[in-house]
Design a protein around this ligand. Sequence first.
Ligand code: HEC
Length: 182
Amino acid sequence: MNTFLNGLRGDRYSLVDLNGVALVTQLLLINPEGRLIPTSLTTEVQVRLFEKTPDGALKRTSIQVSEIARRQLLNSPPSGGLVIEGENAPAYRANGNDYTFASPQPFLGTPILVRLRTRCTACHGSDLSRVMTFAFESFRNGDIPPVRQLNPLAHEAADAVMEKKAKQKDFESLRAFFDRSQ
Ligand code: HEC
């Protein structure tokens, strides 16, 4: 598996080898002392499937997106709280690197409502084939690090993100708020 994944490094259009990709986003929480803690609560699952012609060319990329809905989570906990969103569901257009809610668009200064599928094109290209995980423009010394398989039960990815966040100045100021309210 690792040999296969390592062969894709630096290849942003790895379609020959891939039939699809998925991204699972899990929530970090802040406890009453203002410390970050990992959870296994999934807030979003994004899937892109590459449909191909018999000679292997890309025919169409289909998307599947599920997002957490608090009502669904509380009414039916075994469902995990996820609800499916269709390709044509309304979504705000993303703005370059900005993945926040309703980002104002450049030159317009206001958010634009588009179809969910159109939202994805802002970063994954008009045919949704750009695989971000391997889309390195360059890396320190030109060496792209090898892929390492993480232990999902150990929250390794969350640990790395929490360590980075905890060092940020804005997070420190948030901590001060928690210290005051103790
Ligand atoms: C603002 C830019 C942006 C938009 C818009 C965006 N993505 Fe991504 N996407 C990324 C980045 C960056 C990654 C790599 C994330 C990582 O490795 O943690 C990614 C990763 C993914 C992956 C994992 C495979 C890969 O390409 O690395 C899937 C699947 C995915 N996105 C689906 C979607 C879908 C479906 C949509 C639309 C609903 C969407 N994305 C919209 C930036 C974006």
